[in-house]
Design a protein around this ligand. Structure first.
Ligand SMILES: [Zn+2]
Length: 371
């Protein structure tokens, strides 16, 4: 590491500990790093054991315990990069203003800078409300074991700040599409593809019909997209396939569209009556819409940023979901994309901008002190 910037060295320790969602020792190691970092500070630490083979969650609490709603920060410490990525394809390194490393942008950089702000405010006792910081282990797979906890903390909060990455030059997120996931399983009738072709009922052929029907539900004008990006089926090149399956990703801009699309997808009927179709799944993350309360919170953040010396903007509704969807859907004012700036989430060219650390850390501090 050529840089002597203490933020970069400290954050690099987090990057060196690889923590893909299903690698529990790595994810729990990240929770250990956070817990040890606040050791001895006026911050209470609660650790919640992981479930279903996933990592633990960590809750930090600080500030006045007045019983009034808190301000909550939420960060996930899992990444999408398998163990070994930093040794091979994405070494932790500095190039100019760029800090590279697995998960630096999504979202260890944001989690790290928010933790520094949280510690600072806890030490100076300048928070306006009780402060809560939730670190989760499973956001990258849809938060199956932490959704309840996220919603519980969300309900007890006056505002939720999510440290997913900033985008397009530092813009934050005030609206996200809702996400649905479905599994479609088809069962036809097997037959020898040469001698008994007419007896077969191809599950793959039926899947082809269904996939085209589902993809045709995409409606850009309404902000609805459907895609089939995983599929399988068949046993051999000379057997009419008995089984096939595929998965569907759905994105919607509003709650109403989510309900409508869910019933359209779950209600699909087989094209060939001799093939059985089983569809499971539904909406996973509800849409996060820019309500008046969200817009008001954004204006507060914007004023704080102006005081720090930068112009804060929000981006148009983004297609990617986050844990912010859960809290926003409860009606809790939520700001997202408050994390580090950079580029290349989920890719091997992922990097964060070192120059974005200080101003965004100051923004989180300002929010903790004024929201
Ligand atoms: Zn993320």
């Amino acid at each position: 590491m050529s840089s002597i910037d203490p933020s970069v060295s400290a954050l690099s320790v987090w990057l060196a500990l690889e923590s893909p969602t299903h690698h529990t020792p790595g994810v729990n190691g990240m929770m250990d790093l956070v817990a040890s970092e606040v050791d001895g500070l006026p911050i209470a630490v609660e650790r919640i054991p992981g479930r279903n083979g996933l990592g633990d969650s960590l809750i930090l609490r600080a500030g006045l315990d007045t019983g009034e709603p808190s301000v909550a920060i939420m960060s996930h410490l899992d990444t999408v990069h398998p163990v070994g990525t930093s040794a091979q394809d994405l070494p932790v390194r500095v190039e100019g203003d760029r800090l590279y490393g697995p998960g630096v942008y999504d979202m260890k950089g944001g989690a790290w800078l928010a933790l520094q702000a949280f510690k600072e405010v806890a030490l100076s006792a300048t928070a306006k409300r009780p402060m809560v910081f939730l670190f989760t282990p499973d956001e990258e797979i849809g938060s199956p074991t932490t959704r309840k906890l996220i919603e519980e903390i969300g309900r007890a909060s006056a505002a939720v700040l999510v440290t997913e990455p900033a985008r397009d030059g530092g813009k934050i997120v005030t609206a996200r599409k809702g996400v649905g996931r479905f599994e479609v399983k088809l069962e036809g009738r097997p037959a020898h593809s040469g001698s008994r072709h007419a007896d077969g009922r191809s599950a793959i052929r039926e899947a082809a019909h269904q996939i085209l029907a589902i993809e045709a539900m995409t409606d850009y004008a309404r902000g609805i997209t459907t895609s089939v990006a995983l599929m399988g089926g068949g046993t051999a090149a000379n057997v009419i396939p008995q089984h096939a399956w595929f998965s569907v990703d759905l994105r919607v801009a509003s709650l109403v569209d989510g309900i409508e699309m869910e019933s359209r997808i779950l209600g699909l009927k087989p094209h060939d009556p001799d093939v059985a179709i089983r569809i499971s799944g539904g909406m996973n993350r509800p849409p996060y819409e820019k309500s008046t309360a969200v817009a008001g919170l954004f204006e507060t953040a914007r004023a704080i940023a102006t005081g720090i010396g930068f112009d804060l903007q929000d981006c148009p509704m983004t297609g990617g979901g986050s844990d912010g969807n859960f809290t926003a859907a409860l009606g809790v004012p939520t700001l997202d994309g408050l994390g580090i700036d950079g580029e290349g989430a989920h890719t091997l060219s992922e990097y964060a901008l070192i120059s974005s650390i200080a101003p965004r850390r100051a923004l989180i501090k300002g929010l903790l002190e004024s929201v």
